[in-house]
Design a protein around this ligand. Structure first.
Ligand SMILES: Nc1ncnc2c1ncn2[C@@H]1O[C@H](COP(=O)(O)OP(=O)(O)OP(=O)(O)O)[C@@H](O)[C@H]1O
Ligand SMILES: [Mg+2]
Length: 246
């Protein structure tokens, strides 16, 4: 579904991604680990088409189409979605209105279905509020997921969906992610794929992932079983990754 080849990206004159290679097939869920500042968010935003990220070399293909030069809105229309780590608040636009517009444009759901969607993420009382304005950390994470449910992308990127979410709501977040990824279907029939950034790995208690990568200093360093890699990082730190490969 997504194929990143030798991607080198800079922002503000600083090179932040170096020759990243990543392939994710339809039906797969992939996890990305890495220390603060290594480039995880930058990779997700570069795939989404953030204008501040300049592709110096390499390419990004989505469902076989080269999207390297496409603006963000066109990538979103093609079916790429991102739940931001730290999204902006959108003054003057109510969460419920955005969902209503998403439903009308996509034909995927009616206005009557919106309260039910919000309930899935314990956001019943948030539909009249301006998007993310004054939301708590955990509320923002759930609001981002709700917006993705409205967009219903086929390639779903989640930047730390578990960070700051309480122990009761994390269950709802996990369920929503499984819904978004079509996890109720067998992998061969699933039309979605996902890329999830997590530090703690809490989300792995709820969402099954096929493979994980470790990013260090702007490049993908190694891959493996998500649980095994997480355990290695916990016990040996990211230093352990360097020694392991060295
Ligand atoms: N617009 C920018 N201008 C300058 N530096 C930037 C910009 N955007 C990102 N960076 C730098 O690029 C590096 C990678 O940042 P990024 O946000 O991708 O890290 P991350 O792996 O997501 O970290 P975290 O785990 O803390 O979220 C950091 O050193 C960051 O300061
Ligand atoms: Mg980040």
């Amino acid at each position: 579904m997504i194929e990143v080849q030798e991607l080198t990206v800079s922002t503000d004159g600083k090179r932040i991604l170096r020759q990243v290679n990543l392939q994710i097939a339809q039906g797969e869920t992939v996890v990305l680990f890495g220390p603060n500042g290594c480039g995880k968010t930058s990779l997700l935003k570069a795939i989404m088409g953030g204008a501040e990220y300049r592709v110096e070399s390499g390419s990004i293909r989505f469902k076989g189409k080269d999207i390297t030069g496409l603006p963000m809105d066109e990538r979103a229309r093609l079916g790429i979605g991102l739940a931001f780590q730290r999204p902006p608040a959108v003054r003057g636009v109510r969460l419920g209105d955005l969902l209503r517009i998403c439903g009308e444009k996509s034909g995927g759901f009616t206005a009557e279905a919106i309260p039910g969607l919000a309930r899935k993420l314990n956001l019943d009382d948030f539909l009249e509020r301006e998007i993310n304005l004054g939301f708590s950390g955990g509320e923002i994470k759930r609001s981002e997921l709700l917006q993705l449910m409205g967009q219903n992308p086929s390639f779903i990127m989640l930047d730390e969906p578990d960070s700051g979410v309480d122990l009761v709501n994390i269950h709802l977040v996990g369920q929503a992610i499984n819904d978004l990824l079509g996890k109720e279907q067998v992998a061969a029939k699933r039309e979605k794929a996902g890329l999830i950034v997590t530090h703690s790995g809490y989300i792995l208690d709820y969402v099954n992932a096929d493979r994980a990568y470790v990013m260090l200093d702007g490049t993908l360093y190694c891959s493996g079983n998500p649980r095994d890699l997480l355990e290695d990082i916990r016990t040996k730190g990211y230093e352990g990754c360097v020694q392991c490969r060295g």
